[in-house]
Design a protein around this ligand. Structure first.
Ligand SMILES: CC(C)(COP(=O)(O)OP(=O)(O)OC[C@H]1O[C@@H](n2cnc3c(N)ncnc32)[C@H](O)[C@@H]1OP(=O)(O)O)[C@@H](O)C(=O)NCCC(=O)NCCS
Length: 164
């Protein structure tokens, strides 16, 4: 999606130079951030790495992992100073469009039980809580272990149509 200032784009192996930016965004936005090596692995074909840009600066990104029918949303984050302007929503919408492009039907994700902001975003798209995973997030970086909700979006196409 292109709007004048903010837009998203799938990153390919030619965009590996953005890795440092992605690592920094991950570090600043996630309680259990991935290391650069893990993010680098997402430039491979079974993953899609979708970057959110403000002009030429990366300000957020998401990663999905695709199997045939199901997509897993593995991470999504927007730099704090850009949050609350529906940019996370734009990034999630464009991420789900990419899932549709590879013929995914449903999407699963895990989210910390304390992360109400992200849960609200997901609910807005129609994700439903379908499970709870005990201590899915291990104690790390001064944060205690925490349970995750598993959420499912059963019909990606309808959500994309509704939010577009
Ligand atoms: C979760 C995240 C991507 C949302 O992006 P964002 O740009 O801040 O959110 P948006 O402005 O697009 O808001 C979209 C919806 O999210 C929910 N939301 C956003 N901010 C919220 C807040 N402060 N309180 C409650 N709900 C909120 C609302 O449902 C909102 O829709 P609405 O404004 O129509 O009510 C972003 O906050 C983030 O990067 N957080 C840190 C990383 C993270 O938690 N990632 C998810 C891991 S599972």
């Amino acid at each position: 999606m292109i709007n004048l200032k903010y837009y998203t784009r799938v990153l390919t192996k030619e965009d590996i130079s953005y890795l440092k930016d992605l690592e920094q965004i991950e570090f600043l936005t996630q309680k259990s951030p991935w290391a650069a090596q893990e993010i680098a692995g997402c430039y491979e074909d079974t993953y899609k790495l979708i970057a959110l840009f403000c002009k030429d600066k990366v300000i957020g990104f998401s990663v999905i992992y695709n199997t045939r029918v199901t997509t897993d949303l593995l991470t999504i984050g927007v730099l704090t100073q850009y949050q609350g302007q529906h940019l996370g929503q734009m990034l999630l919408l464009d991420t789900l469009k990419e899932a549709l492009n590879v013929k995914a039907i449903e999407c699963f994700l895990e989210v910390r039980v304390s992360n109400v902001v992200a849960q609200n975003l997901y609910k807005k798209f129609g994700f439903k809580q379908v499970g709870i995973r005990k201590e899915y997030y291990s104690a790390q970086n001064g944060h205690a272990a925490e349970d995750a909700y598993t959420m499912q979006l059963a019909d990606i196409a309808s959500a994309v149509e509704k939010l577009s």
